[in-house]
Design a protein. Structure first.
Length: 71
């Protein structure tokens, strides 16, 4: 089932129940993309204190330490 089929099904269901029709497919795609991008930027900005530029393997070591725990 693609987005158009789902929209038609939701529209028929809304008409049957006397509710307003759902928005057309793709109406809020740009706003959703902008929100996801800003969320990514904010989380990346908050995680910058973990970045160690002089030690390229530090990120891998940290992830392995977090995964397996310290000995």
């Amino acid at each position: 089932m693609n987005a158009l089929h789902q929209y038609l099904l939701d529209s028929a269901r809304a008409a049957h129940h006397g509710e307003p029709a759902p928005p057309l497919p793709g109406t809020h795609d740009l706003a959703t993309l902008r929100a996801a991008l800003s969320h990514h930027r904010e989380t990346r900005r908050l995680d910058t204190h973990h970045y160690e530029p002089r030690r390229p393997a530090a990120g891998l070591r940290r992830r392995l330490r977090d995964w397996f725990g310290r000995p």
